[in-house]
Write a protein that binds this ligand. Structure first.
Ligand SMILES: NC(=O)c1ccc[n+]([C@@H]2O[C@H](COP(=O)([O-])OP(=O)(O)OC[C@H]3O[C@@H](n4cnc5c(N)ncnc54)[C@H](OP(=O)(O)O)[C@@H]3O)[C@@H](O)[C@H]2O)c1
Length: 331
């Protein structure tokens, strides 16, 4: 085979240097399944990796991209055959293994999900890691007895990928969603209401207080920020409510007390979308393609870019200037 395009991240003299390059199949990490990539997507972690803002790659050079959807070209794993449409998210892509920002991706069979019925390759990447993670969080929260009749659910970082998909999914399930955003433009609020938010709060306008327990506001919360916002959520979640801790876009720190846990029975559920037991991974992909499938999937995709345009996309994620999801076209 001739060469193909890949967005590879190098470490040179201590600096992170991403480059679109022509590479060969022999350059790719080992695996059982070779996929011709059709689409990938941009997640916050991809921006951390490509800008060097976070230490994501454990080796260099490595193809970036934590997601890919495409068609199997060849497989030595008998669960997959040439022509199968598949999705891979997480599983160490772009951390220890060449990732999804390439026209060919080779992965281990255990990481591969058959494209769930109800999704095509593009819509699978409209969801991508962000949609899978929002689905995993809601799935775990429901297992902790959250239901729409118990009260409002807060979503922070609401205009981001995980946040906006979570707003849509929760709204579709009948939850009263309060979307909390750092963006004060009316357009952001209008967009979140169209997705299904009942209320939109501007983060900087919230009086977060400082007492160990504040007035109980939430039956549940999905947090993409960490830091002060997550601490405030612990203080304002009601009896036996639960908080899905997903992200650290603001800070990896959490300063709170045990009062919410021992006086209100609040639970913080850790969400890790990268390494998920295979049965749970399949269950969640099935749900995001069926009962959790966002009603506004097309509106959630705000940009579609090619591999050639990719390098210019990442800084906006670090600066919190992005709304919605970006699909990457690999052909
Ligand atoms: N645990 C997991 O497995 C997992 C999986 C996926 C993502 N994540 C994490 O979840 C977070 C969201 O990921 P994503 O892909 O949805 O990212 P994203 O599309 O970039 O969205 C992040 C959103 O958070 C807000 N934000 C960003 N930087 C901020 C800052 N410095 N201070 C306060 N708010 C900020 C912005 O929303 P507003 O302007 O609306 O506030 C932004 O749109 C990230 O931290 C990511 O690493 C974790």
């Amino acid at each position: 085979m001739t060469s193909f395009k890949a967005f590879r991240i190098h470490s040179e003299d201590g600096a992170i240097i991403p480059r679109l390059e022509n590479i060969h199949l022999d350059d790719l990490s080992d695996g059982d399944v070779l996929i011709r990539g059709s689409y990938s997507s941009i997640n916050y972690k991809d921006a951390l990796a490509a800008t060097g803002t976070g230490k994501i790659q454990r080796r260099f050079p490595l193809v970036g991209g934590v997601d890919v959807a495409g068609t199997v070209v060849e497989s030595t794993d008998d669960r997959f055959a040439a022509g199968d449409e598949v999705v891979v998210t997480g599983c160490g892509l772009s951390e220890t293994h060449d990732g999804g920002f390439a026209q060919y991706v080779r992965v281990k069979g255990d990481w591969v999900n058959a494209l769930p019925e109800g999704l095509d390759l593009r819509s699978a990447m409209a969801l991508g890691t962000a949609g899978f993670t929002a689905g995993l969080a809601i799935h775990r929260m429901e297992h902790n007895a959250m239901s729409p009749d118990q009260g409002p659910v807060a979503v922070t970082g609401a205009t981001g990928g995980v946040g906006s998909i979570a707003v849509d999914m929760l709204g579709g399930l009948g939850y009263a969603v309060t979307a909390i955003t750092g963006k004060s433009e009316p357009a952001a609020g209008d967009w979140l209401r169209q997705l299904g938010a009942k209320e939109v709060w501007i983060r900087d306008e919230i009086d977060m207080g400082h007492r160990p327990l504040e007035k109980a506001l939430w039956a549940g919360a999905i947090d993409n920020l960490g830091g002060d916002t997550l601490a405030w959520l612990t203080r304002t979640t009601g009896h036996y409510g639960c908080i899905a801790s997903i992200g650290l876009a603001a800070s990896p720190e959490l300063k709170t007390t045990v009062m919410p846990f021992i006086l209100r029975g609040v639970s913080v559920l850790g969400i890790n979308s990268v390494f998920v037991p295979p049965d749970l991974r399949q269950q969640v992909w099935h749900r995001v393609a069926t009962d959790l499938k966002p009603a506004h999937l097309q509106q959630l995709v705000t940009r579609e870019v090619t591999l050639d345009e990719l390098a210019e996309c990442f800084q906006a994620y670090i600066d919190a200037r992005v709304t919605g999801r970006t699909i990457v076209r690999l052909d």
